[in-house]
Unconditional design. Structure first.
Length: 264
């Protein structure tokens, strides 16, 4: 199954079906707000780090809004990688409109990032919903390790794997009166298949196939650790960062920030 090629086609189709104006005014927030597009805990995590004069990259950068926000912290250069060519074109347009000249965007399969980028970055960032598009995390995080400089930092801000066991509003299994109801296996192996577009970007439509995958927290940690990186910190939060607010504050771990360092 060429799920990566199919996902590329599905993402580019979703952008073609995007809601009017989606992403087109991101540059205004970049010009007028401090670290827009990051929640307060992730913004605090980023502010605690020294980006001045450093090189930063985002893998699966989408339309670049987060990487462009991060550039406010003084990074010398930024590079965003994403598989969807039309979405990444919007990232380049946003950078130009915001007057951010030291950030570039590269369309490619993350697993095929050119060797010229190896040992290039002080920081590599993954954000919400990025790693779910990879069936096997080992080659993904090995590519991260290859591209980091020795001592470089990996940052992941994402949905917590526990989110995968909870039914979302709109699904037949969802029951708003019983929010402690677990529906899916935490150890799910089969992929998630979707053909209704990309909800945050477009209205529902009969789309090309999106294929994504669940990963347990141990799978994430072990794949990072097996790629010449050591876990520095893991923070978990009881609020979601993009899917639904109905489970917030109910005792579930719903999002996390993981920090790792490439071995010197």
């Amino acid at each position: 199954m060429d799920y990566i090629g199919n996902n590329k086609a599905a993402w580019e189709e979703a952008f073609d079906h995007k809601q009017d104006g989606w992403g087109e005014e991101n540059y205004k927030r970049l010009l007028n707000e401090n670290l827009p597009f990051f929640c307060k805990d992730m913004a605090a995590e980023l502010r605690s780090m020294d980006f001045k004069g450093k090189s930063a990259a985002q893998f699966c950068c989408n339309n670049g809004r987060e990487l462009l926000s991060l550039m406010q912290l003084g990074a010398e250069s930024g590079t965003g990688f994403d598989i969807a060519e039309n979405i990444i074109a919007q990232a380049s347009e946003t950078a130009e409109k915001a007057g951010i000249s030291n950030c570039r965007f590269v369309p490619c399969n993350i697993l095929d990032i050119d060797k010229k980028y190896h040992n290039s970055f002080d920081f590599i960032l993954f954000t919400i919903g990025a790693i779910t598009w990879f069936e096997d995390l080992k080659p993904l995080f090995q590519k991260v390790s290859d591209c980091l400089k020795p001592g470089g930092i990996l940052l992941i801000h994402d949905f917590h794997p526990v989110m995968n066991i909870l039914p979302m509003p709109g699904e037949p299994e969802f029951d708003g009166e019983h929010l402690n109801r677990v529906v899916y296996s935490y150890f799910r192996n089969e992929p998630w298949i979707e053909n209704e577009g990309m909800g945050y970007m477009s209205e529902p439509y009969e789309s090309k196939t999106f294929t994504s995958f669940s990963h347990t927290m141990s799978a994430i940690i072990n794949a990072v650790s097996d790629s010449q990186m050591r876990i520095v910190r893991l923070k978990e939060f009881d609020y979601d960062i993009g899917l639904t607010e109905v489970y917030d504050g109910k005792g579930f771990p719903l999002s996390y920030i993981l920090t790792a360092e490439k071995c010197r």
